[in-house]
Design a protein around this ligand. Structure first.
Ligand code: CAA
Length: 262
């Protein structure tokens, strides 16, 4: 649809930001289409998502500078909220999201990647928060998520200097989980997504929520969040299937019961 494509094969959905002429820069239209695609994801039949950019050059080259250039203070704040709301939806979606970063991930591109659960990069990926060179701050969560992912000192260095970071450096500082040759990136993302999708969906979903919510509170409160979500898995069909598969007599040929998301 519009600037964002969605394709699903089995339990894995691929969201592609599709505005290659502008290196997949995020204008209001792209953000609106992205939100609609995220809202339409059926969490009963989708167990993992991959987010990528169309073309071979860019994942997302940031928020649209042309659109931002004439905004007032109030409009700037409202544009930041639109982006933040969509990215937060992605971050809290009860399905894991793998960013397959196939090129430039600058400004809003780095920020949307950081809203995903796992970041896999192609060797040509370039990261950075160039905003201060444009006279603005990162505005789609960069000042918050980068510090949480790479630490405060490194995040301040990246944001204050606006230096670009190559994929190998992004790997070294923990901004991405792995780096692959460009032509292997989607296959590697698909392989990881398939592995995630093969596990019990309710359990995976609860793990995402436990990690995300637990990071917002102190350890005592975080442990309580974990206990609740751990308990929530019991009595599900998938808990019975998972443990039943393990406990089934090893010497007999017992059919492994697949996970049903129940
Ligand atoms: N906004 C709007 N258009 C963009 C864009 C952006 N962020 N990034 C690239 N484009 C457009 C270019 O204007 C150009 O369009 P035309 O062909 O119509 O002129 C097209 O994409 C191709 O770009 P280039 O010709 O510049 O390609 P290049 O290979 O020479 O350079 C690049 C690639 C280094 C990524 C360069 O395009 C660039 O620096 N882009 C801007 C990156 C940036 O600053 N991003 C942060 C934006 S601010 C932000 O994101 C704020 C926030 O936190 C919410």
């Amino acid at each position: 649809m519009g600037f964002v494509n969605y394709e699903q094969e089995g339990y894995v959905g691929v969201i592609t930001i599709n505005r290659p002429k502008a290196l997949n820069a995020l204008n209001s239209e792209v953000l609106k289409d992205l939100e609609a695609v995220i809202d339409a994801v059926d969490i009963d039949t989708t167990r993992c998502l991959i987010l990528t950019g169309a073309g071979e050059k860019s994942f997302v080259a940031g928020a649209d500078i042309g659109e931002m250039s004439s905004l007032t203070k109030a409009e700037g704040e409202a544009f930041g909220k639109i982006g933040n709301d969509v990215f937060r939806k992605l971050e809290t979606l009860p399905v894991p999201v793998i960013a397959a970063i196939n090129g430039f991930a600058l400004g809003g591109g780095c920020e949307i990647a950081m809203s995903c659960d796992i970041r896999l990069a192609a060797e040509n990926a370039i990261f950075g928060q160039p905003e201060v060179g444009l006279g603005i701050t990162p505005g789609f969560g960069g000042t918050q998520r980068l510090a949480r992912i790479v630490g405060v000192g490194k995040a301040k260095e990246i944001i204050y200097t606006a230096f670009n970071i190559k994929a190998d450096e992004a790997l070294r500082i923990g901004l991405v989980n792995a780096v692959y040759p460009q032509e292997e990136l989607m296959a590697k993302a698909q392989k990881m997504a398939a592995k995630i999708a093969s596990n019990a969906p309710i359990a995976v979903r609860n793990c995402k929520k436990a990690i995300n919510d637990g990071l917002q509170v102190d350890m005592d409160a975080a442990i309580v969040i974990e206990e609740k979500l751990f308990g929530d898995c019991f009595e599900t069909e998938d808990q019975k299937a998972g443990m039943g598969n393990f406990l089934a007599p090893r010497d007999k040929k017992v059919k492994v019961v697949p996970f049903q998301n129940k």
